[in-house]
Design a protein around this ligand. Structure first.
Ligand SMILES: *[C@@H]1O[C@H](CO)[C@@H](O)[C@H](O)[C@H]1NC(C)=O
Length: 425
C-alpha cells in the first residue's frame, strides 16, 4: 500500500508540478497583461486630445457628403458642425459639395438652411437637392446595353438595380465637381467625405493630421450603438481580414491590434467609418484613369457576392500601397449624440470602458482582449474565406482576363435597391 502510494506520487508528481507551474505562469501572464493594457490606455487617454492645437496646416479641403433621410441629425448636429468647420478652415480654403435625393423627411429643408448659412459666410459650394426617389430609380427600364450596367437578375426572378453601383454613381457626382473645378484651375489638396455623423472641428483636424498628414486615406471610427462600431462592410485589417469582433479590440492582424492598443494610426487595407480624408491627386490623375467609386462587375455579383464601393476605392487607389490606409482611433464619431458622448467620456475614464457602459471596468477590457485572442486562436481566415474564393475562381474561369483586385472586400451577399431603402436577396 505505502509503496504503491509512493510509486504513484513519483509517477504523477512531475506532471502535477508542471500543471501547477503552468497555472501560476498563466495567472502571472494575465496580471501582467492587465497591467500593460491599463498603462497603455492611461497613456492613450492622456494623449487622446492634443494639449494645444499642434496640427499641421491642413491644406485646401473639398468636403463631400451624401444625404438621404437625415433631417434629425442635420438639424441637431451636422449643419452646426459643418458651419464651424468651414469657419475654422476659412471659406477660401474649402468647397462644400452636398448631394441629397429622394428623402421623405425634410432633409431638403434642413439643407436649404445650411445653404443659407454658408451663403452668409461666402463659402463656395454645390448643394444639389434631387427629387429622384428610389422608386424612380428602380422603375427605370434599362434598354441600351450601357444602361443595363448595375442591373442584375435576382433569385426572386426579377431584374433589379444593385445598391452598390447606385451608391457609387452618387458618390462620383461630387468627384465630377472636383474635376470641373480643377479644370478651372481651382485645386484642392484633400477630399473629406463626411457621413451623417456627430463630429467636431477638432475631430476633423486630428483626422487630417493622421500619420503626420501622410496617407492614401485616413478614417475615423464610427459608432451607432456603442460598444459596437458601425460600418462593418468596409473595414479590413492590415492583412485584409474582416474584423474578428464588432467591439474593441476588433482586429485579427497583430499589426492593426498593436497600433490600436497604443492608440496610434492603425494600418488597414480598407476603412470607411464616418469620416474619410483622401488626397485629391488620384481622383484628378492625368496619367492614369482617374480614381472613381465603383461596384464589382455584374457578372461577379451574379455569383451572390458584393463589395462596398467604399472598400473597392482603396483596392483601386494606387496610393494605398505607397502611402497606406489608416484608421485613426483618436477620431471617434457617432450617428447620434448619445453614441458620440459614450465614446468621449469625461476624464479620467477611458473611452473603451465607457463605450461598453458608463460604469464598466478594466476587467471588461481584459475579457474583450481574451475574447479576441481566443477567436484568433480558434478561427482560420482561410476556411472562412473559402466560399468567397471558390465563387471568384468560378467567375474567373468563365472568361479569360477576369480579375477583381478588391477580393478582400467581398462578402456573401446580394444587395438591391427597393423603394424604401435596400434589401438583401
Ligand atoms: C452642381 O454641380 C452639377 C454637376 O457638375 C451641375 O450640373 C450643377 O449645375 C451645379 N449646381 C450649382 C448650383 O452650381
Amino acid at each position: 500500500m505505502q509503496l504503491n502510494d509512493r510509486l504513484k506520487l513519483r509517477r504523477y508528481g512531475p506532471t502535477r508540478r508542471l500543471l501547477r507551474m503552468g497555472l501560476i505562469l498563466t495567472i502571472i501572464w494575465f496580471m501582467l497583461e492587465t497591467y500593460y493594457i491599463h498603462q497603455l490606455l492611461l497613456n492613450a487617454s492622456l494623449f487622446d486630445k492634443p494639449i494645444k492645437p499642434g496640427h499641421h496646416y491642413p491644406g485646401r479641403i473639398f468636403i463631400a457628403s451624401l444625404h438621404w433621410n437625415n433631417e434629425a441629425i442635420l438639424r441637431d448636429d451636422w449643419n452646426d458642425a459643418l458651419v464651424q468647420l468651414v469657419s475654422h478652415l476659412g471659406p477660401t480654403n474649402v468647397f462644400v459639395s452636398v448631394y441629397e435625393s429622394g428623402s421623405w423627411d425634410d432633409s431638403k429643408g434642413a439643407l436649404r438652411e445650411l445653404d443659407a448659412r454658408l451663403d452668409v459666410l461666402d463659402v463656395p459650394r454645390n448643394i444639389t437637392l434631387s427629387d429622384v426617389t428610389h422608386q424612380d430609380e428602380i422603375s427605370a427600364t434599362p434598354t441600351a446595353a450601357h444602361e443595363q450596367e448595375g442591373w442584375i437578375d435576382t433569385p426572386r426572378g426579377r431584374r433589379e438595380l444593385r445598391r452598390i453601383p447606385y451608391l457609387a454613381r452618387l458618390r462620383n457626382w461630387g468627384l465630377l465637381i472636383l474635376e470641373d473645378l480643377a479644370r478651372q484651375g481651382i485645386v484642392f489638396d484633400t477630399i473629406l467625405f463626411l457621413n451623417d455623423v456627430v463630429f467636431t472641428t477638432e475631430d476633423v483636424l486630428t483626422l487630417l493630421d493622421t500619420n503626420g498628414g501622410s496617407y492614401a486615406a485616413a478614417c475615423s471610427l464610427d459608432f451607432s450603438k456603442p460598444p459596437q462600431y458601425y460600418d462593418t462592410f468596409a473595414l479590413r485589417d492590415s492583412q485584409g481580414h474582416e474584423p474578428l469582433m464588432q467591439t474593441w479590440p476588433y482586429f485579427r492582424s497583430w499589426e492593426s491590434l498593436d497600433s490600436l492598443l497604443s492608440m496610434s494610426p492603425i494600418p488597414v487595407t480598407s476603412c470607411w467609418n464616418g469620416m474619410v480624408a483622401m488626397p485629391t491627386s488620384p481622383f484628378l490623375s492625368q496619367t492614369n484613369t482617374p480614381l472613381r467609386f465603383r461596384g464589382i462587375p455584374d457578372s461577379l455579383a451574379l455569383h451572390h457576392l458584393e463589395g462596398s464601393e467604399c472598400c473597392l476605392i482603396h483596392a483601386d487607389n494606387p496610393l494605398s500601397s505607397t502611402h497606406g490606409v489608416y484608421l485613426n482611433p483618436k477620431v471617434r464619431v457617432g450617428y447620434n449624440r448619445a453614441a458620440y458622448t459614450a465614446v468621449h467620456p469625461l476624464k479620467p475614464q477611458n473611452w473603451i470602458s465607457s463605450s461598453f457602459s458608463p460604469s464598466s471596468s478594466l476587467a471588461r477590457i481584459v475579457v474583450s482582449f481574451w475574447e479576441n485572442r481566443l477567436r484568433r486562436w480558434f478561427t482560420m481566415p482561410v476556411f472562412e474565406r473559402r466560399v468567397i474564393r471558390r465563387r471568384v475562381k468560378n467567375w474567373e474561369n468563365e472568361e479569360g482576363n477576369r480579375h477583381e483586385p478588391g477580393e478582400f472586400c467581398l462578402i456573401d451577399e446580394m444587395q438591391v435597391l427597393v423603394s424604401n431603402g435596400w434589401a438583401h436577396v
